[in-house]
Structures are given as C-alpha cells and as structure tokens.
Ligand binder design. Structure first.
Ligand SMILES: [Zn+2]
Length: 138
C-alpha cells in the first residue's frame, strides 16, 4: 500500500480556528481474518485501524485502534471479537499513530459511547503527547 496523503479539516477548536492535518488515507475494507491480515498488512510498522460490523443491516465503524510498533500484530488480537471487517493505514511514528487515533476516536463518536472503545486512547508509554481534540491530558 502506498501512503497517499489527504488533507482533512479535522476540527474547529475554540480560539484556534480550523485545524488541518495531513493524514494517510485508510485502506479499503477487508474481511477480518488472520489470512487477510497476513496478506494485506505486510509491513511491521506503527499504524491505525478501524473495525466494523453490520448493525441493523448497516455497516458501522465500531472500534478504532492503533499500534505504536506493529499494526498487523494488534489487528490479530481482535480476531474472534465479533467484528467482520477492518481498514488500516501505516503511520511513520508512534506520535502520528496516537494523534490519528485521537481524531478517529472523537470523529466516530467515541466520547458519546458510539464505539466499543471503553475509554479515550492512551498515550504511548512514557510520552507526554496531548490529544489534539480534547483536554484529557492537559
Ligand atoms: Zn481527546
């Protein structure tokens, strides 16, 4: 997969104006199986992913996640949790993956309980990165 870059308007923060962020395009949707992960997610790199399934006949994003080191390994831990598909993209650093996960979490209704994520994304171990969308780490 090549790293296609898209600029998204990600948020309008009070007093900060509009925040633009260069983010890598998510892959297309793949069936969440060990074979598919092995065949598609071939680089051992940090990255982000979305997991989804059918809810009342509609395909929905139900979980967003990341790995700071190996996104394929992390995806494999979600086998058998009831999700039917995944999308992913690589990140160039743990910081990039963390910021992307925060955006994904906020943009997909995590704070409103629309995702299976039980809490806000954690920071990479030992880092003091802040969420670009809220003040949870301030
Ligand atoms: Zn946040």
């Amino acid at each position: 997969m090549t790293a296609r870059i898209t600029i998204f308007k990600v948020a309008v923060a009070a007093g900060k104006g509009v925040i633009y962020m260069a983010v890598k395009k998510m892959s297309e949707q793949y069936r969440l199986t060990p074979t598919m992960i092995k065949n598609i997610v071939t680089q051992k790199k940090p990255g982000n992913y979305r997991l989804g399934k059918l809810v009342n006949g509609q395909s929905r994003i139900k979980y967003v996640g990341r790995s700071d080191t190996d996104v394929a390994f992390r995806l494999l831990t979600h086998i058998s949790e009831g999700y039917s598909w995944f999308k992913f993209c690589y990140a160039d650093s743990a910081e990039e993956a963390f910021e992307r996960e925060c955006h994904e979490y906020h943009a997909n209704g995590g704070p409103e309980g629309k995702l299976d994520n039980v809490r806000h994304p954690d920071r990479p171990k030992g880092s003091n990165y802040k969420c670009p969308r809220c003040k949870i780490f301030d």
